[in-house]
Design a protein around this ligand. Structure first.
Ligand SMILES: C[S@@+](CC[C@H](N)C(=O)[O-])C[C@H]1O[C@@H](n2cnc3c(N)ncnc32)[C@H](O)[C@@H]1O
Length: 286
């Protein structure tokens, strides 16, 4: 308890008769299952033994990076998206983590960054997981039609979510219905620059011209930028960067790295809104 208090999970007090007592803090309130923004599923996911095990192989990966593109792949013999097909429990932990993140982040996005979605009547949530982020968007913008593309193991149908009739499951990051603006939440940080450029080029093909309101909306980290406590934000972003390096072929990118991706993928301009916490909304224009 004393360690947890030191880390800010509990506040300790000494009563007048000398007894030590502990109260919840803002941080631990976010871990309560009764909280509408409960982050426990995300914490459970990030501390899962599959990631702890792959972090042990970081040294091997550094010494022979040609063996596999990530420490995760050296440890488990395959990439995360293939492993969760075989491990339903890990898949469940992953999907619950993404849903807890979307419940939290999309409530912020739909309140403080509504402007980004103004005038858009349809979106494809590429890699949209179980469809929770899309559900939140449809709830906030009732005229919006949202299509979710993801692998079968994440599809809204399989998770049995109450879903708006406009949600569909499909596979492949590489396809997107023509002329329907794509939306990418927490996708590009999973992939190398080369893979991101391919995804971005395909997204660009699906976007109407800028004069007709065409744009790509991305929710991802812009390393070095964020709100609130600069020290904690920076440390958390660096830890996420490390997590991506160990477990995927991706990384967290700073503004210059994002800029380079957009230019190479053929986009002309972008706008970043930083007011949603650790992550940002990036509107990218054709
Ligand atoms: C970090 S998760 C983000 C999920 C969701 N956008 C969110 O923020 O909650 C990345 C998503 O990409 C999906 N994904 C990975 N490879 C894919 C592919 N080849 N085609 C479609 N989706 C893919 C995963 O299944 C997963 O749902």
């Amino acid at each position: 308890m004393r360690l947890l208090s030191h880390e800010g999970l509990f506040a300790s007090h000494v009563t007048p008769d000398g007894e030590e007592t502990f109260d919840l803090t803002t941080v631990s309130r976010f871990l309560l299952s009764t909280s509408i923004h409960c982050s426990s599923p995300f914490v459970r996911f990030i501390l899962d033994r599959h990631f702890v095990d792959s972090s042990q192989m970081l040294g091997d990966w550094f010494r022979s990076p040609d063996v596999a593109p990530s420490s995760f792949e050296i440890t488990h013999g395959k990439i995360f998206w293939d492993l969760i097909v075989e491990r339903p429990q890990l898949n469940l932990i992953f999907n619950s983590a993404m849903e807890s993140d979307s419940t939290f982040v999309m409530d912020i996005v739909t309140h403080v960054a509504r402007e980004a979605f103004r005038g858009i009547d349809s979106l494809v949530d590429v890699g949209g997981g179980t469809g929770l982020a899309a559900s939140k968007l449809v709830e906030a913008f009732p005229n919006l039609r949202c299509i979710v593309f993801d692998l079968p193991q994440s599809s809204p149908k399989r998770r049995g979510l109450p879903r708006p009739s406009s949600l569909l499951a499909a596979t492949c990051l590489s396809r997107s219905p023509a002329q329907t603006p794509p939306y990418l939440k927490w996708i590009l940080h999973d992939w190398t620059d080369e893979e991101c450029i391919k995804i971005l080029k395909r997204c660009k093909e699906a976007i109407p011209p800028r004069e007709k309101g065409g744009k790509l909306i991305i929710i991802d980290m812009v390393a070095g930028m964020g709100v609130n406590d600069a020290q904690i934000t920076k440390e958390t972003q660096l830890l996420f960067d490390l997590h991506m390096m160990i477990n995927t072929t991706g990384k967290e990118r700073d503004e210059e790295e994002w800029h380079n991706l957009f230019v190479v993928a053929g986009f002309s301009d972008y706008k970043i809104t930083h007011s949603i916490g650790l992550r940002s909304i990036i509107e990218v224009y054709p």
